[in-house]
Design a protein around this ligand. Structure first.
Ligand code: HEM
Length: 452
């Protein structure tokens, strides 16, 4: 029998009132009504705020690409993320966003990425060697392990490994921070002032403070000492706004660095965590990945030029991000009254692209809940609308780190799968939980079986 990977069951009836508010705090994705998975548009309101879910690919294109300037990041995103990320590339709009995006772009060009591949592979090998030192059949939390590996990579690539960092403290700070973001959403909806404490408020502030202090120190040091080869920190320090000639001050640099560190490791680590889970449910696909790796590498160590050739491995990662998109919701706010299909979003309305639901939409996919990497055969991809699959978003705000993340995920998966089989703890069902990203609620306990 085909295993059905864990999924969110939408409520039988759309939630309202207190049940909706409580659901938002607990796990917002569980409050999405079933219509979001079946219809093109779903409009409703909560506490006087109107919101519109857009699940249709052509309308998604309108919101994210064609009329992108009519939809800003909005008050909820800003209020949830600004305490940590300030007004940097992810949270700003307009001219302020544009020049920060331009400043960081060289880091993500194809040639720059090629230079980063050896660091990615060596961090993956580091994790593999650590795992090899464990007794056979050790149970690990793959979610943790992947977080650590992608964190090593982000520091090695974006900061050239600068600074003396304690990854568990950073990870704790990020988790504490994200845990309280659902409360922030609720507080925004009820119109509470920013300073009003809520559960998790102290943790949120503490998480943000820890992260900022750590980066502040690095920047002071980088400004004092001559800069090394081009990493993101150097690029940001040297950047100039072409319109105003202004450089970034320490706060701008720090907020952008923190954005890249958080946006750049948590998402990829979740893509890998869910991939390992799905492969554990589908041993035949796992075997095929392993055979591909063995053929491409001829049984040797993975090299940068191999990554492009891992076609099926990349398909598996794409399919994992369809079923469990690391960023399951793209949130916008209408800047002016605008028609979206047969609905109207008024200025100030929340407009949501529910990536998780689009990726499992009844009208867009056959057997949407089943794992089938063949969906990403080149021909199948060509045959469908580009906007049915949007793990990295689309349009001007598309993920700047997409190429980076795809190469990184393939490098890590190939390195670890050629040395280990991972098996989920029997009976364990990982529940997806939305906390800005899509995390397995209680981690991903898996047994490590070395391949002899
Ligand atoms: C599998 C991994 C990743 C996923 C699924 C992902 C997903 C996304 C999505 C959906 C957006 C668009 C948000 C929106 O339109 O509101 C985004 C933006 C962004 N991502 Fe990623 N991301 C990943 C990896 C990375 C990496 C590795 C980096 C950096 C090293 C990164 C840095 C960013 C930044 C800076 C933005 C903001 C871009 C802007 O607003 O101009 N991401 N990401």
């Amino acid at each position: 029998m085909t295993a059905v990977p864990s999924r969110i069951d939408p409520p039988a009836e759309p939630l309202s009132g207190l049940r909706l508010l409580a659901g938002i705090v607990k796990n917002p994705i569980e409050t999405w009504p079933s219509e979001v998975y079946k219809q093109k548009l779903y409009q409703s309101s909560i506490l006087g705020h109107r919101y519109l879910f857009v699940s249709d690919p052509d309308l998604i294109k309108q919101v994210l690409v064609d009329d992108a300037d009519a939809f800003g990041k909005g008050v909820i995103t800003r209020r949830a993320l600004q305490p940590a990320l300030g007004d940097a590339i992810l949270t700003s709009d307009g001219a302020k966003w544009r020049w920060q995006r331009r400043a960081a772009a060289p880091m993500f060009r194809h040639e720059s990425l090629l230079r980063l591949l050896p660091s990615m592979i060596s961090c993956a090998q580091h994790t593999r060697d650590r795992w090899l030192s464990y007794p056979a059949s050790t149970e690990i939390d793959v979610a943790r392990e992947m977080m650590r590996t992608t964190f090593d990579i982000i520091l090695a690539t974006m900061l050239s490994g600068r600074g003396n960092i304690d990854p568990p403290s950073i990870e704790r700070a990020i988790t504490e921070y994200l845990e309280s973001t659902s409360w922030v959403m609720l507080m925004t909806l009820i119109g509470a002032p920013r300073w009003l404490p809520h559960p998790g408020f102290r943790k949120l502030r503490r998480g943000a403070k820890y992260l900022k202090q750590f980066l502040g120190g690095l920047i002071v040091e980088a400004r004092r000492k001559p800069l090394g080869p081009h990493d993101l920190l150097s690029l940001l320090i040297e950047a100039k706004d072409p319109e105003t000639g202004r450089s970034m001050n320490d706060d701008d640099v720090r907020d952008n660095l923190l954005t890249f560190i958080t946006a750049g490791h948590e998402t990829t680590s979740l893509a890998l965590t869910w991939t390992f889970y799905l492969l554990s449910l589908h041993p035949a696909a796992e075997e095929r990945v392993r055979r591909e790796i063995a053929t491409v590498t001829a049984g040797g160590e993975l090299r940068p030029d191999h990554i492009e050739q891992l076609t099926y491995t990349r398909q598996v990662i794409s399919e994992a991000m369809r079923l469990y998109p690391p960023a399951p919701l793209i949130a916008r706010e209408a800047q002016r009254d605008i028609h979206v299909g047969e609905r109207t979003a008024k200025a100030g309305d929340f407009v949501y692209v529910p990536v998780y639901a689009v990726h499992r939409h009844e009208l867009l996919w056959d057997n949407p809940d089943l794992f089938a990497p063949e969906r990403f055969d080149a021909e199948a991809v060509r045959a469908r609308n580009r906007y049915v699959y949007i793990p990295f978003g689309a349009g001007p705000r598309i993920c700047i780190g997409m190429g980076f993340a795809l190469a990184e995920a393939a490098a890590i998966l190939a390195t670890l799968l050629s040395a280990f089989t991972l098996r989920l703890r029997p009976g364990y069902v990982p529940k997806p939980k939305l906390r800005v990203t899509l995390r397995p609620e209680r981690g991903m306990p898996m047994r490590l079986i070395p391949i002899s």
